[in-house]
Design a protein around this ligand. Sequence first.
Ligand code: ZN
Length: 101
Amino acid sequence: MLKAKKELYYKCKKCGDEIYWNTHKKYTQCSCGALAVDGCEEYVRVGGDAKNYKQIKKARSKEELKALEDRFIDSYALALAAVARELYAKEQQEKENLDNK
Ligand SMILES: [Zn+2]
């Protein structure tokens, strides 16, 4: 079950890059190199000066979800993608509701 709290990104304050918390143990750096993330289900390691990045929470983008679907064909991953898509749709709906107020 994909939990909303896991929709966590690390955003570099210098270059604006956003790195999803789960990099599948792949050491991932932002464009300017001030931030690095190495995360998986068991741990998340964040490299870089704490003042140069911040944690943000958001639903994953449509492009990312599409990429997920392309990459994984097993039903478990597809179920995760479906949940993430639901969260995304919910967030869009909430945005619309805010706009209408
Ligand atoms: Zn950066």
